[in-house]
Structure formats: structure tokens, C-alpha cells
Ligand binder design. Sequence first.
Ligand code: HAM
Length: 415
Amino acid sequence: MIQRLRGFRDMYPEAMRARRIVFNKICEIALEFGFHEIDTPSVEHLDLFRVKSGEEIIKQTFSFVDKGGREITLIPELTPSVARMIASRKDLVKPVKWFSFPKMWRYEEPQSGRLREFYQFNADIFGVENISADAEVLALAMEILDSLGLKNKYVMRVSDRVLMENILKSLGIKRVENAFYLIDRKDKIPEDEFYESLKKISSEDSAQQLVEILSLKGEPDKVLSKLKDTERKNTLLELRDLVKAYSKEFILDLSVVRGLAYYTGIVFEAHDAKGELRAILGGGRYDNVVELFGGQHTPAVGFGMGDAVLEILMKREGVWPEEKIEVDFFVAIIPGYRKEAIKIATLLRKKGFHVDIELRERSISKQLKYANRINAKYTVIVGDEIKKNRVTVKNMETGEQRLVNIDDIDAIIQP
Ligand code: HAM
């Protein structure tokens, strides 16, 4: 047997059903927030990601040369494609609020919460310069996690690249991009290694000061009071107040800078409260990407959330939906009544129920056993009584069985 590739998943119906419940909930909340769904290609020119995503993500692409000699790749993220969509339509009414839930691919080392193929929910707002859009996407991200049963089980960590850039410059660190890249890797590499690399782009004294600043986390007011820079203070406090108006809270954590190169302002990541897992989601403001793709200057802010860490965390907290298949009705057939049974199944399906029907020719006891295995709520047995417009309905949970007129059959349960 040819095995599955590493970092890829087969999704059996039980697992897929649970996932679908979670995905639907997420999309429902995006719709509640007035976002509209879009879709983009799964394969793009590799150059699309060379524009602004950064070296790290290019290294992780599943890229290849196609039969026409083009350098193409499976998408490792969605942001450049969405920015291109915005750039190529001048007629869009701003602000634009879009969401999408595609599969994507990254050639990373598979590990807990990191796969080579995963789903990533994306939500972005285009065309809003001020912090109200940052607050709206942060609130959306937190509302999604709260609604999935993760309230108090995660921490939303926010930082600001402008603030961080000012800090780096004041410490005499000129290679800001290098510093961001390094800071993003801080928790993934040993402390000494981090410190040594930092010293290569700054003085020893600055390196020490920076390590101290990076350890600042907590209530925004408290963290900001420890910093000299006040330029961004009001923006960050306003963000805190707006997010509070949504009844949500975040902490300011200056060690969050994010790996992708295009962020220009607020950046954020949600982590499980116990700090055991990789980031649940990440995002931020990227005001220059749309114009890089030939569009007008269009400020943007959004986030991406994969399904892998989310699943691990929801399972750990006991809020992942039960992984089981289920139907409302199983239509069992007494020999000779298949056509009548098909009519009953059709009637129930038209009413919106999930209905399975016997396709083999098993004994009634075997059919009932099967109905149990597929977690049918009711079994409808079609036999002789159909001549009087009646069927036997068995409640599979209680075992109770009764004759029901087919006109009343849908009253048994609501879809
Ligand atoms: P990112 O931090 O690269 O950002 O990914 C966002 C989220 O996608 C991560 O927090 C994680 O949930 C999930 N993710 C990333 N890589 C993997 C992987 N190998 N396996 C499983 N899950 C993964 C972006 O992609 C940005 N484009 C997000 C964004 C949208 N920023 C603004 N708008």
C-alpha cells in the first residue's frame, strides 16, 4: 500500500463531521460580523510570494516548474492572493470585509500543530486607516475562540511593529528586518543562541536592554508605562478601549513581531493559556501590500487561523464536537417493499432530514444493527402496513416502536 505523505491527513467521516461543525461555526461568526466569503486559486506563481511574504515562507513552499516552464506553488498563505484581488478591482466599496477558509500547504517539519497541508481561516478588512478595523478583526478572532468554548483558555497577545521599530532604532539597531526575524524565532531557539545572534546586530548593552523589553507583557497600560516611546501609546490604548467595548481583552506583549515581512503596524497572536502549543492564530496590519500589486494605497488588517492547533486545544479542553457519524432516519425494508421504501426516504429527504436506506438485502435484525452502527436516531421499517399508509418507527435510543401514519412521520423529529 502506498502510504500517505508526511504532514498530510486522511479525514474519515467521523472526524470530518466534527470539523465541519467547527468550520461552520467559524464562518457563521464571520457572517455575523458582516464579512463576505471569497475563494482564490490553490496554485499561484511563486513570484506572488516573493513580493512581500519574506524568505521564510518561500523556503517552505511546495513549488515546482509546470509543463509550461512556469515557477508555480501551492499557496502557503492567502494574503498576497487576496491583496491581488483587491488591487485588480477599483470598483470595490470600501471597507471591504472578506473571509475564506481554504486549504494551504507549507513544506515545514511536521510536528504537533504544524502540518504540510492544513485549513486556514482568513478574515481581512481593506480600506480602513484607523484602529477601528484592527479592533474589529481582533474582536472577530476572539469571538470565534469564545464561541468555540475556549473562553479563558487562550491569551490574545498584541504588539506593534511601529513601536518595536522605534525601540530598535533607539537602541541603535539598524537592521530592523533582521531583528524582527530574530525576535520572531526567540521562543523557538535556545536563549543563548538568541542572545548571541542579537549581539551580531547590536551592541551588548542594547542586546541586554532589548531582552528586558521583550519580556514586558501584561495589561497595556502597565507595559506602556515602562517604555519611553509615547508616539504609539494613544493608539494602543485606544485599541484596548475599543476591544473592551466588544467585551474582549488582550495583553500587550512586545515579543510578538510575527514572521511575515509585510506587517506595518499592530500584530497579534493567540496562544493557549497554558502556553503548551504553537500559535492558534496570527495576524496584523499590512498597509503596503495592495499597492505593491499595482492597486491604490489600501490599508489592510486581518488574520489567519489554522485548524491544527485549534483542534488540539479544543480536544484538550473537551470542546471538540464528538467524532461520530449520525443520520436522522434509516429506512429498513421488508423484502418486496423497496420501491415504497424509496418513496418514504425521498419524502423525508425532501423535508430536510438526513436519511439512509437499506441498499443490500439483509434481515431486519441486521438492518437494525446497521442503523445502530450509523447512529440513526430512528429506523422506519417499510413493510405490509404501507398498504394502509403506515410504517413502523423505532426510536433507536429508547427502543420504543410504534405504527405511524406516513403523513405524521416528519412530526417525530425536527431537522
Ligand atoms: P501565519 O502566522 O503564517 O500568518 O499563519 C497563521 C496561522 O496559520 C498560524 O497561527 C497557524 O494557526 C496556521 N498555520 C501556519 N502554518 C501552519 C502549518 N504548517 N500547519 C498548521 N497550521 C499552520 C499568515 O499566514 C498570514 N497570511 C495571516 C494573515 C491574514 N495576516 C493578515 N491576514
